[in-house]
Design a protein around this ligand. Structure first.
Ligand SMILES: Cc1cc2nc3c(=O)[nH]c(=O)nc-3n(C[C@H](O)[C@H](O)[C@H](O)COP(=O)(O)OP(=O)(O)OC[C@H]3O[C@@H](n4cnc5c(N)ncnc54)[C@H](O)[C@@H]3O)c2cc1C
Ligand code: SF4
Length: 333
């Protein structure tokens, strides 16, 4: 690890100045950023520790929206019994992430901005990685092991998977991200925060230099209560998703009035499966229509040699998640 300057601002304005002037990395729980520094992937000249900005902690369940501070700890949000009832997909996706120790330390702002787990990105012994070293190539696409890479949203420059769980629940329910930076405050639809790799996989979000995520809001809709996050992975604990789905449904009798489907473990960014949603609206939700929605969700997938299994697994996960969500809807069985 190289030497770096440590800043510990006590208010947002000082934090923005410190990040902008130092060009350093923002430090929240540190479970991504310190990890990457230890393995030599990140070598920031400065770290701006924002954990002293206590105004950014906490979360609230409002009548119209759920509000999460960027420094709320994953564990405290995942274990809130009122939120478990109000928005199960949001708590389940946190609860199924990482380990209890990590969830106690990691914050929600850091969680949505976590970096890929592509082994070639994380191992500097591999010279080829367009995300770590733009223009160097892609070791995964150049004959690497691709069993945990993306089958949706990839490019000829990068197929790294977005690894987080909570983001799928956020994109499914039209969350918004609130930021404050040198240019002032702004609100970004969560669906616009992450960008596809294209030719510049090193650019992962639309955040500008010095821009700090202050919070996240989620509008309250009936489908939030009848929601579920289903995660398939190599082992039942402490593993990233091989395929996952955050879903929610609102039923009108036997007919689907509203449905949300987002996919994890399979795409380069948090991924909303809108065509699959459209296939269900106004129709009954049965094992058969759920399976068809799962199939449609992966209709545009481009699998690599190692990742072909994700298409069937992902479709099954979508179908299973939908049936659980339906069972949570009023009158659902
Ligand atoms: C062994 C292991 C297993 C894991 N398994 C899972 C899993 O199964 N599912 C899952 O979802 N995650 C998993 N994770 C990832 C973990 O959830 C994230 O590392 C964590 O949520 C990041 O939060 P943090 O507060 O530690 O962020 P940090 O490491 O402090 O920051 C992460 C990134 O966000 C930036 N950042 C942080 N806060 C802000 C802010 N407010 N504004 C702007 N930029 C900011 C930082 O500069 C950095 O680039 C795992 C991590 C480990 C180490
Ligand atoms: S998939 Fe992306 S992160 Fe992985 S080696 Fe290729 S360029 Fe790097």
């Amino acid at each position: 690890m190289r030497n770096f300057v440590y800043h510990s601002p006590k208010n947002l304005s000082d934090a923005i100045d410190a990040v902008t002037e130092s060009g350093g990395d923002i430090l929240a729980g540190g479970t991504t950023v310190i990890d990457l520094m230890k393995i030599g992937v990140r070598e920031p000249s400065a770290l701006v520790d924002i954990t002293g900005l206590t105004d950014l902690e906490g979360h609230e369940i409002g009548a119209d929206s759920l509000r999460f501070g960027a420094l709320a700890r994953m564990a405290l949000v995942a274990d809130d019994p009122d939120l478990v009832t109000a928005a199960p997909a949001l708590t389940e996706s946190l609860w199924k992430a990482a380990s209890p120790q990590l969830r106690n330390v990691a914050r929600l702002g850091g969680n949505i901005l976590q970096r890929t787990r592509c082994p070639y990105f994380r191992d500097t012994a591999y010279a080829q990685c367009n995300k770590r070293d733009p223009g160097s190539g892609c070791a995964a696409l150049d004959g690497g092991v691709t069993s945990h890479h993306a089958i949706l949203g990839g490019s000829s420059a990068c197929v790294a998977m977005y690894p987080g769980d909570w983001a799928q629940a956020l994109i499914a329910f039209d969350a918004a991200v609130h930021t404050h930076g040198p240019g002032g405050r702004r609100t970004i639809p969560f669906a616009d925060l992450h960008v596809l790799p294209g030719d510049t996989p090193d650019v992962e979000t639309i955040l500008k230099s010095g821009e700090i995520v202050t919070g996240i809001t989620v509008p309250v809709v009936p489908a939030l209560k009848a929601s579920h996050y289903l995660k398939a992975r190599d082992r039942e604990s402490y593993a990233f998703a091989s395929a996952s789905a955050a879903v929610g449904v609102e039923m009108d009798g036997d007919t689907v009035r509203d449905v949300r489907i987002a996919l994890g473990g399979v795409a380069t960014t948090p991924w909303r499966a809108r065509a699959a949603e459209d296939s269900l609206k106004g129709k009954p939700l049965t094992e058969e229509t759920a399976r068809e929605a799962g199939r449609i969700a992966f209709a545009d997938a481009s699998e690599l040699e190692g990742s072909a299994y994700k298409i069937k697994l992902g479709a099954d996960v979508v179908a299973g998640a939908l049936m659980t969500a339906k069972s949570r809807a009023p009158g659902g069985k």
